[in-house]
Design a binder for this molecule. Structure first.
Ligand SMILES: [Zn+2]
Length: 150
């Protein structure tokens, strides 16, 4: 567990946004709502945004998508590529750790992104995505595409 780079207020806001996000989860099969909230790095005006995601299931079970990937796809499709942190919470489980697919998906956008989880007693766990997935396949493994991936 690493030391957080976030302020107490940022952690509080991120966790609150992730709790808000799982209210919208579409989980008729698992009934396991998960929320994620990603904090963008400051833009040219110094403004940050929090973008939420919830898990979304499908009658074709393999098509289910996790909250983390929904948050990132929303953020990227709105022009964001630099992220400071992500909080992940679930309605019925704490802490709710990321699946392997999401670790890889988050790691695409940098090793330093801080991942925030909540314990049942409300205490908070902080990890760097690079520590959670230390041997990731990344754009560094594809040097001919590194510039385009930015
Ligand atoms: Zn996942």
């Amino acid at each position: 567990m690493s030391i957080s780079n976030l302020s107490h207020e940022q952690v509080k806001q991120l966790l609150a946004a992730s709790h808000e996000a799982y209210q919208y989860s579409y989980v008729p099969y698992s009934r396991f709502p998960v929320g994620a909230a990603i904090l963008t790095e400051p833009d040219a005006q110094g403004q940050r945004q929090i973008i939420k995601g919830c898990n979304i299931e499908n009658a074709s079970f393999g098509l289910a998508i996790c909250a983390e990937r929904v948050a990132i796809t929303k953020a990227v499709s709105e022009g964001h590529r630099k992220f400071s942190a992500m909080a992940i919470t679930a309605k019925h489980t704490a802490p709710c750790f990321c699946c392997g697919t999401c670790l890889q998906f988050i790691r695409e956008f940098g090793a330093e992104i801080e991942i925030v989880f909540e314990n049942p007693d409300g205490s908070v766990l902080h990890y760097k995505i690079g520590d959670m997935l230390p041997y990731a396949f990344t754009k560094d493994d594809l040097p001919e595409f590194a510039e385009e991936a930015g």
